[in-house]
Structures are given as structure tokens and as C-alpha cells.
Ligand binder design. Structure first.
Ligand code: GCB
Length: 884
């Protein structure tokens, strides 16, 4: 990491209209890195005049510092605000900086840590080169373009045009994907000055030093170090390559030295073997112990170059039946995926942002992270090493291999290979990385178009390249579509057998299927591919902080829309984790996703341009309930968390209280009422039928941890049923306040029947895009009650104060085409209210609202409504109960 010697603007002075930044000196000799983060000028969009000429006047451009992106998107509101900038096109950057020193034959290399998506670079009016791909570091030797002394003008054109056939980014991965490709110089830039003979900087921008563990036992570890050397001088050089290993205090524990002769203008490599006695292993989160490999090039007494790299000594394997092993011991891996964006900054993250993300993941108790869906920042890899996270790193071969579903263009193949080479070389030394991901859902196009996809050849090509580049790590792939429940082409390509190990992205209960389908889905794949170590590379559900359910079992989610009640996310995670935890053959699982992230086709939950499957919000400020479910399961810190704290104004006076805790049991008090102790199996403690009084209720949950109580406290407002009534939106998942300020709770207090949706919004419906054929129920007095309904044979057991009430039942005929096809009975507390009721006949046709109301008397605190099928299944779309 480069640390500026000078303060942010210390080296900046004014000269006429121009601002010259003097780069800050970072390292001590012999290799010096100068930070070029400060003092840039930026302009979005096409340029009226050529901005390349050094004399171009850019003073009207916006002053910016790096990291920078022009894009801002993703908000917790239903419409885009004026702050949204989702422009995909060209942004120009210019920086004037002073040559930090006279080169005198030394080399000057410009280093870019990440520019989205295509970067073209000019120095002092000379075209330096292009880099295709937003995620990897790249370097250019600019020695011949540098001003001998004095001023330089660096110009960068960043282009994140939307990939489509014919666009500038058509052949740069990713060409599709559920995330927004931010534009700009969104990571750092520096200038590196070296001696002409140095450790190679131009090896796909890798460190030039590559260490691997050849063997390890308790007594010793054999480490191989390959160093790539570059001699940019006109004559051969005789040098010494001194490789050493230092412990975490900097003390040398192994060292070797070898002579090397480097011919003029040549690149060569040297392999050296070192032995670390009594190695202290890198043990994941238990003990992420890091050594350092230090390689020095010496000519006589002169130090020519020096590179330091992290070294973690560890072995690992994935077993198809027993899961993941680190240093010979089973280590079940459970964690999260992470995208690299956040509110207000997009991809332009500071080191502190990365640290905050890692702290949150650590707090969760995760021991593995999937770096989705591309190469993450150098700082993020460093943090993973230091914190002991086991990492799946991948390239952005995501969602599609071509725009047509056919064979990828040769340029896409080249670009995929280039990005993979960069990923592997640049991150080879990170002990946290255990697998290279060569693709994610690359055949998902087949699901959306029902056409065959030609993705296998490229996947295989990348697999072979990764194995050739790095025989020490298995390859992996995240599968969407093997045994797809959503259909696809008749003759799908098999992708599952391409890589050494595999992951599957599965969302039962969210994208179709039932939450409980996870286990059977996995078992089926495990039986079909018994030799492939299997992981769950994605699973999860969306959640909005402002949308709530009284009972997440009461309805269906609209995966690609609104609302996304928070409690449904919790349900999916509870069910999914039960299935995953019970399958020790899985080598890992990753929640999709740790954080809400930007995706500009998403209009879901209570947000715009966000995928809301995060356990934590886009701004990192709020941990959703599901966060605490995993914390209670994975962390050793005491956890007591009452769910539903954001659903303050409750629809029902009686609720189920759920607490996530890793205590054995927990107690609950509501006001002064002690509701007793409940066990917390699977880290979930439940109190059913907890009465809330009208107005404020203070809930305090507490669990004991080795004699110390840990408590959590929330305040909920109970409704006043006598004053305002009780309203149930049958078949609906989300509490809502509808026209006239009437609050309807989500479907609850039911037993039996099925929640139905008039206009299914699951993935099958989404794929059939039948939104335009939406059915509408006419004549409804209250809009919003008829999309969901309950059907079959069912009862409602509604807690209510004793007295006389009026019950209004809302009906319509969803499917019958004539009177007499559906008739049913309804009774209240055993007394028949309706006999042979036919909603078609009563309303005068299908899809027409009809209501019936009745006085009822409640004794013993409960109203029991029973719906019994007659000629067809019973149904109800809403129930209103008001005091007479
Ligand atoms: C997936 C994709 C991921 C999406 C996710 C979702 O399977 O791999 O990129 O964001 O599903 O939320 O739909």
C-alpha cells in the first residue's frame, strides 16, 4: 500500500491557471511509488475540443480527487431523485503533475488500480495505451513520454458505455449482469520509478514475485518463490536475487540468494526454494498468521529493487463428501458474497470503506467471502488475508457469453483470458484465496430466451488457463441452470463438470419453488455429480426496511418488484440455513448478498436501482433482522435480537415475537408482563400470541451468557381494535395502509387453505412477461385487497376483545367461468353466515368484487371463522372486523 509522505494538498501549487500536483513520495529507495490521487480535473461526456493536447485548458472541468466515479445510483425511494447519475459513456480525466525526479535511465511506470470500463491513457500528448476491463490493475511503462523534469499532463478517457452489439464495450466482460458497472478512475493511480533492472512490473500488473507452498508438515514448510526480472538496460547485468521470509515481527526465518545474469532488454525468471522451520500456519479466522516474502535484487552492494508480498502457509482441499479442510482439519465454510459499491460513492471506495465492510462481515461471524462478480480491490484482498477469510475470487464472465446466446466473439474470449490472467497473477500470493471462479451463470441467457447457449467452450478455455497459471488452486463456477426449475432450452450444455469444484446459485422460495426445497435440490445434484465438491455460491432473499409482514407464510413474494417485507427474508434464511447446515458434504455456502447493491434494472422493495438482498443496507447503516440470524448462528459473541423492530405501528393487537439468540433460552417481558422463557433451537426463540396494549409497548428480551444477562429492547405501538377494527388482507404477504387510512395486516391467524395471487409475479410469470395481461378485479370499494386471496378449506382464529362486532368479508371469483362452479360455506364461532355462497353469481361474473357483512358476538377473546368448500374451494380476499 502506498502511503503519501505529504499531506493531501501539500505538494500542490498554483501556476497561472494551472494546478500542478507534486506526487507524494511513498516508499524509500530503490523503488519509489508516487501517489497521483489528488488534483485531477474531470468532465463527463463527449468533448467539444480535443482534451489530449497538453495545453488544453481544462480549468472549467470539475476538480476531483481519486477514487472517483461519475455514477451515483441506488436509493431507498420509489422514484429516481435528481441525484441519480446512471450515465454510461465517456468520462475524461486530466492531471498535471511534476516529474518527481530525473529519470536518468530509470523506468517510470504508471499504475492504475481500476478504471471502469475501458481506459485510454495519454501522457504529454502521446498515446500510452488501452486497458479493457474495469476490475484489474494495469500498468504502462511511460519512461519515454515523461518530461525530463517539470510538468506532465496525464489524460485518461474512461468509458463505461452499456455493452451491446456495436458498442465500445461489446467485447469487454461483463457484457451482462445484475450489477451496475460504474464509470471512472474508481481506484488509485500511482507512478512507480525503478532502476532499469528491476522486478518485473509488466507481468499482467502482477507483483513479479510469486510464492507457493510446496509442502508443509509440523517441522517445516517448503516455499517456492518465482521472481520475474526485467532488464531494460542496453547491456547485460549480473545480479543477485535474495529471497527471504520474515515473520510477522519482521524477523527473518529463511533466506536464499542466487546469482542471475540478465541479458540486455530481457525478461527472465528465477525460481528459489526456502524452508521455514516450525511454520505457524494461516488458520483462517482462528489464526490468520502472515509471513512476508521479501525479494531483493542486488548488484554488488547496490540494492536495485525490493518487493514484499504476503505469505500464508496453509494447505486446503475440498472433499465431495466431507466439505472443506484447512490444514488437514474440517472447516465448514459459511459466509457472504459482497459487491464493491455503496451509497453515495458507487465503486469509489476508500480504504476505510473496505475496512468497515470487512468489520461488518467479521461481526456476522462469516469465515468466507465470495468476491462477486469480478476482481475486487487490492485492499480487500489484503483485509481477507489479515482477517482469515477464505475467498472465492472470480472474473466477470457473468450471465452471458454473447449477446445472442451463440458463441462468444474471439475478442470476448481474449478479454476473458486477459482478465483471468490479471486476476490470478495480481492475487496469486493471497493465502485467503482458495479458488478461482471462471464463470457465473453463463448460461442464464437460456432461461430468459429458451434458446440454447454456447457458453461451455469459453468456460473450459478459462478453466484450463486458470489451472495452467496456478496449479495450486482448484477452479470453480457458479451454476444457475443445471436442473433448472424454470425451464430452458431442450438441449442445455452441461457446465457442471467443467471446473474442479462447483457452486450453485439457488433461491427456493424467492425465485419460485418453496423455501423448503433447498435440501432436495442440493441432494439431487450431489447424487448426480458425486465427484464434484459442491457449494451453494448464492442463496437469499430481498428485504426492505419499511415493508413488513405479520406472517411470512401468508402469501407470495413478488421477487422482481414491490413490496419485499423484511420478515420474508428472515424466513427464507431460516429455511435455507437449516438445509445447508444439515449437509456436511457442502464445501461452503454464501449468502447473496452481504449488502444491498446497485442494479439499474431493479425496481423492488422500497428502493430504486437496488437489489435489496443485502443483510445490511446500501449505506451500511442498518443490519436487517436476517443479519442477526446469521450472527446468532456463526458468531461467538452473545446475540439477543428482537425481530420486527422497524414494524412499529402494528396491525394486530396480538403478535408472535421472534428473537434471534445464541443463548440456550431467552426470556421476554412486554411492559411489566413476564412472558416467560423459551428455548432457542436453531437460534430462534418464539413467543406466540403476545398481546400488545393500544399505544406504546416496551419489549425486553434477555438471555444469559455464563451468568451475564444480555438484553435487547424495542418499542412497538399496539393498535386499538375497539376504536379502529382489525383488518386482514387474505393471501397477502405485506401489511399496508390503504385508501382512507385503513391499516390491513398481512394474512394471518389462518389455518389451512393456500395463499393465491391473481397475477402471479414469480419468476415463471416474469419470464413469460405477462404483466400486460394483468387481471383486474372491478368494483372494489377498497383498492389493494384483491390481488391475493386465500383458497381451499381454511379457518381464521382471530384474537378479539369480547363483544359485538361487524364482519365484512371481501370476495370475488378469480377463475370460474359460470355460476355454480364455486360454492362454499362460511361460519363464525360455529354459526353459519353463508351457505352455498357463489361469488360469481353474487357479483354477476368473474373478477368482480362482492362483499357480505354480518354481526358476530365474541366470547372468550376469539373469533373463529370457518370457510368450507362446497362445489368448489372456498375463498376470501379480505376480512374487516369492526366494533358494532
Ligand atoms: C444470481 C446472480 C446474481 C444476482 C442474483 C439475484 O443468481 O448470480 O448476480 O444478483 O442472482 O439477486 O437475482
Amino acid at each position: 500500500m502506498m502511503v503519501g509522505r505529504k499531506g493531501a494538498f501539500a505538494g500542490t501549487f498554483m501556476l497561472g491557471l494551472l494546478v500542478f500536483a507534486e506526487p507524494a513520495l511513498a516508499d524509500a529507495a530503490p523503488r519509489r511509488a508516487f501517489d497521483l490521487a489528488q488534483g485531477w480535473r474531470f468532465q463527463q461526456g463527449a468533448q467539444p475540443a480535443e482534451p489530449l493536447a497538453p495545453a488544453f485548458d481544462d480549468h472549467s472541468w470539475k476538480p476531483v480527487n481519486l477514487p472517483h466515479s461519475w455514477n451515483r445510483l441506488g436509493e431507498y425511494r420509489t422514484e429516481r431523485s435528481a441525484q441519480t447519475n446512471n450515465f454510461q459513456g465517456v468520462g475524461w480525466y486530466r492531471l498535471r503533475f511534476q516529474s518527481p525526479e530525473k529519470l536518468d535511465g530509470k523506468r517510470a511506470v504508471l499504475q492504475f488500480d481500476g478504471v471502469g470500463t475501458i481506459a485510454d491513457v495519454w501522457l504529454n500528448g502521446h498515446y500510452v495505451g488501452r486497458h479493457n476491463g474495469a476490475y484489474s490493475r494495469f500498468r504502462f511503462d511511460v519512461s519515454r513520454f515523461m518530461a525530463a523534469k517539470g510538468d506532465n499532463v496525464l489524460v485518461v478517457k474512461a468509458d463505461n458505455s452499456k455493452p451491446k452489439a456495436g458498442s465500445t464495450t461489446a467485447n469487454v466482460l461483463p457484457i451482462a449482469g445484475d450489477f451496475f458497472p460504474y464509470g471512472g478512475i474508481y481506484r488509485g493511480v500511482s507512478l512507480i520509478v525503478t532502476e532499469p533492472t528491476h522486478i518485473d512490473l509488466l507481468d499482467h500488473a502482477g507483483p513479479g514475485v510469486y510464492a507457493s507452498v510446496a509442502s508443509v508438515d509440523g517441522a517445516a514448510a517448503a516455499i517456492d518463490v518465482v521472481t520475474k526480472l526485467r532488464n531494460d538496460e542496453g547491456k547485460a547485468r549480473n545480479i543477485r536475487v535474495v529471497a527471504s521470509i520474515r515473520d510477522d515481527k519482521g524477523a527473518e526465518v529463511a533466506s536464499v540468494s542466487a546469482p542471475a545474469r540478465l541479458d540486455a532488454a530481457k525478461v527472465d525468471s528465477v525460481r528459489q526454494s526456502l524452508t521455514v522451520p516450525n511454520p505457524r500456519l494461516w488458520q483462517g479466522r482462528a489464526d490468520p498468521y502472515l509471513y512476508k516474502v521479501v525479494v531483493e535484487l542486488r548488484a554488488g552492494t547496490k540494492l536495485l529493487d525490493r518487493v514484499e508480498q504476503p505469505l500464508g502457509i496453509r494447505t486446503f482441499r475440498m472433499d465431495p463428501d466431507k466439505g472443506f479442510f484447512l490444514n488437514g482439519k474440517s472447516l465448514p465454510l459459511h459466509g457472504v458474497s459482497r459487491h464493491q459499491d455503496r451509497q453515495g460513492k458507487g465503486w469509489a471506495l476508500s480504504d476505510a470503506d473496505h475496512v468497515e465492510d470487512m468489520d461488518l462481515i467479521q461481526e456476522l461471524g462469516a469465515n468466507t467471502i465470495r468476491f462477486a462478480h469480478y476482481q475486487h480491490a487490492p485492499k480487500w484482498f489484503e483485509l481477507a488475508d489479515e482477517r482469515g477469510m477464505v475467498v472465492w475470487a472470480e472474473i466477470p464472465y457473468v450471465s452471458a457469453a454473447s449477446f445472442t446466446g451463440g458463441t462468444p466473439t474471439p475478442e470476448i474470449v481474449d478479454n476473458a483470458r486477459q482478465q483471468l490472467l490479471e486476476l490470478v497473477r495480481q492475487n496469486y500470493n493471497h493465502p485467503s484465496v482458495v479458488t478461482w471462479g471462471v464463470g457465473n451463470e453463463v448460461d442464464s441467457y437460456s432461461i430468459f430466451t429458451r434458446k440454447p447457449v454456447k457458453a461451455r467452450d469459453l468456460l473450459k478455455n478459462l478453466n484450463d488457463l486458470a489451472k495452467q497459471e496456478d496449479p495450486t488452486r482448484p477452479t470453480t463456477f457458479a451454476d444457475c441452470c443445471t436442473n433448472s426449475p424454470y425451464g430452458g432450452p431442450a438441449d442445455p450444455e452441461l457446465l457442471f463438470d467443467v471446473t474442479d469444484v462447483a457452486g450453485v446459485n439457488r433461491y427456493p422460495g424467492w425465485y419460485g419453488l418453496k423455501p423448503t426445497d433447498m435440501g432436495p435440490l442440493l441432494d439431487e445434484l450431489h447424487v448426480r455429480f458425486p465427484k464434484v465438491p459442491l457449494a451453494v455460491s448464492e442463496f437469499g432473499a430481498g428485504a426492505a426496511l419499511t415493508q413488513h409482514s405479520d406472517n411470512p407464510l401468508g402469501g407470495h413474494i413478488n421477487a422482481f418488484g414491490r413490496p419485499h417485507p423484511e420478515e420474508f427474508q428472515s424466513l427464507i434464511h431460516e429455511e435455507s440455513w437449516r438445509a445447508l447446515a444439515a449437509r456436511p458434504y457442502l464445501w461452503a455456502s454464501w449468502v447473496w448478498n452481504m449488502f444491498d447493491f446497485a442494479s439499474d434494472f431493479r425496481v423492488e422493495g422500497d428502493a430504486i436501482d437496488l437489489n435489496d438482498k443485502g443483510l445490511v443496507t446500501y449505506d451500511r447503516k442498518t443490519r436487517k433482522d436476517a443479519f442477526y440470524f446469521y450472527k446468532a448462528n456463526w458468531s461467538s459473541e452473545p446475540v439477543v435480537h428482537i425481530n420486527g423492530r422497524r414494524y412499529i405501528n402494528r396491525a394486530y393487537p396480538v403478535i408472535d415475537v421472534r428473537v434471534y439468540s445464541n443463548g440456550e433460552s431467552a426470556t421476554l417481558k412486554v411492559g411489566d408482563t413476564d412472558l416467560g422463557t423459551r428455548p432457542c433451537p436453531e437460534r430462534i426463540c418464539v413467543w406466540q400470541n403476545v398481546a400488545l396494549k393500544p399505544g406504546e409497548n416496551r419489549l425486553v428480551a434477555s438471555a444469559d451468557f455464563a451468568g451475564k444477562p444480555v438484553t435487547d429492547e424495542i418499542v412497538l405501538n399496539g393498535p386499538d381494535p375497539v376504536a379502529r377494527g382489525v383488518r386482514i388482507n387474505s393471501g397477502d404477504l405485506t401489511e399496508q395502509t390503504l385508501a382512507g387510512g385503513l391499516q390491513f395486516g398481512s394474512d394471518h391467524f389462518f389455518a389451512g387453505g393456500e395463499a393465491r395471487v391473481l397475477n402471479p409475479k414469480d419468476i415463471t410469470a416474469f419470464l413469460a412477461s405477462n404483466a400486460s395481461k394483468a387481471k383486474i378485479v372491478h368494483g372494489a370499494r377498497i383498492a389493494g385487497l384483491h390481488d391475493g386471496y386465500r383458497e381451499g378449506a381454511f379457518t381464521y382464529d382471530v384474537p378479539l376483545p369480547d363483544g359485538t362486532w361487524n364482519v365484512v368479508l371481501h370476495f370475488f371469483e378469480p377463475s370460474a367461468t359460470a355460476a355454480g362452479q364455486r360454492t362454499f360455506q362460511v361460519s363464525a364461532n360455529g354459526k353459519r353466515l353463508l351457505s352455498g355462497f357463489d361469488p360469481f353469481a353474487a357479483a354477476g361474473g368473474a373478477l368482480k368484487a362482492v362483499e357480505r357483512s354480518f354481526p358476530v358476538t365474541v366470547k372468550g377473546g376469539r373469533l373463529m371463522l370457518a370457510f368450507e368448500p362446497g362445489a368448489g374451494p372456498a375463498m376470501v380476499s379480505a376480512i374487516e372486523i369492526t366494533r358494532k
